[in-house]
Design a protein around this ligand. Structure first.
Ligand code: NAP
Length: 340
């Protein structure tokens, strides 16, 4: 009897232990399954989050191209490079004035300089850049130099580009433009494309290309220009051309922003502009340059005067209202100040 009882006890014990083990195993399996499903849910959520992030990033990248960032004071070009939205034009500056103007700009936080073979001062721009890099500790990567080749050079674009590289002597060229449409422009542009593929020229662009010229030119080339530089000021606003270019993800930059030498006093003395300037406690030049920036147009005012160069960089402590933008828009009179 005692044996039977002991046997029964052992049987019960064995059953309980194995049931318990089974339960534990079940719980463990369930837990594992739950863990698995939680982790797979987490993975799914993470994957969705990653996708959303990636899509958002792509959307930001796409929408950011051409959009001005007023914090960094730059614009992202379709070439993938960032360019400052305000800088210095060097047309008509002689060697010494050009070197010192470039240095003044760079010393005061400006980083964008526009020159051209035609201005005969690429060497001075290069000298100013090199001196500023050394004296003010500015990395080359932070500086953005634009130069242009002229139609008279289109028959040998390689020689023109090599000459620009040599004159500037700052390693690579941030951006090169064809200065005007002309015979051989497509071939010249395609030569620039070859340099862009090697990274010797980082971004490409055009100057003095309007709707008709762009419509004809763009289908013939491979790399969409990152920028078009045209005459734009309150008396010549290109209200149709600017959106036409911008809609293609191409940045617009204006030459003669202050009307050009010989025309500045009328523009800077314009009653509408003067009264807006007074309302904001800034200069007429600053109002015009700010109006450009708010239209999404990059400015490169020319100046040989250190005070003007500094003033032309101070465009971010005030904002024009829609009404003020409208008053300046209404000044347009289709008055070109140069023949091209
Ligand atoms: P701009 O910028 O319209 O005007 C320059 C004149 O404005 C100079 O007389 C300058 O005098 C004066 N100025 C500058 N800042 C001023 C300020 N804050 N207050 C009062 N006056 C001021 O003309 P631009 O220099 O001829 O054009 C700008 C740049 O565009 C050129 O330098 C060049 O790089 C480029 N551009 C390109 C083309 C093209 O075909 N792609 C054609 C023309 C020009 P101070 O020297 O006394 O400051």
């Amino acid at each position: 009897m005692k044996r039977v009882f002991l046997g029964l006890l052992l049987l019960i014990l064995f059953y309980n232990v194995s049931a318990c083990a089974g339960k534990e195993a079940d719980t463990e399996t369930r837990q594992m399954a739950e863990d698995k499903s939680v982790s797979s849910d987490q993975n799914t959520i993470m994957a969705i989050e990653d996708n959303v992030e990636e899509t958002e990033k792509q959307e930001t990248e796409v929408t950011d191209t051409g959009a001005f960032n007023f914090e960094t004071k730059t614009v992202l070009l379709n070439s993938g490079y960032e360019m400052p939205i305000m800088g210095l034009g060097t047309y008509s500056l002689d060697y010494d004035t050009c070197v010192s103007s470039v240095k003044t700009l760079l010393k005061n936080g400006g980083r964008l300089i526009d020159t051209a073979y035609m201005y005969g001062n690429e060497d001075a721009v290069g000298e100013g850049v090199r001196q500023a890099m050394e004296e003010y500790g500015i990395p080359r990567e932070d500086i953005f130099v634009i130069t242009k080749i002229y139609p008279s050079q289109f028959d040998d674009p390689e020689a023109a580009i090599d000459m620009a590289l040599e004159e500037l002597d700052i390693g690579y060229i941030d951006m090169m433009l064809l200065h005007h449409p002309g015979t051989g422009d497509v071939e010249a542009y395609k030569t620039m494309e070859k340099y862009a593929e090697k990274g010797i020229i980082r971004s490409l662009g055009l100057s003095n290309w309007y709707v008709e010229e762009l419509t004809d030119f763009l289908p013939q080339i491979n790399i969409t220009p990152a920028l078009v530089q045209n005459e734009i000021h309150p008396y010549y606003q290109e209200q149709d051309v600017v959106p036409f270019i911008q809609e293609k993800g191409i940045v617009v930059q204006c030459w003669y922003p202050l009307g050009g030498r010989g025309h500045t006093s009328e523009l800077l003395g314009d009653d509408t502009i003067v009264s807006i300037a007074e309302a904001h406690g800034v200069s007429s030049a600053q109002v015009i340059l700010r109006w450009d920036l708010q239209r999404g147009i990059v400015v490169i005012p020319g100046s040989s005067n250190p005070e003007h160069i500094k003033e032309n960089l101070e465009l971010f402590d005030f904002e024009l209202t829609d009404e003020e933008m409208g008053y300046i828009n209404a000044l347009d009179r289709g008055e070109k100040h140069d023949w091209y």
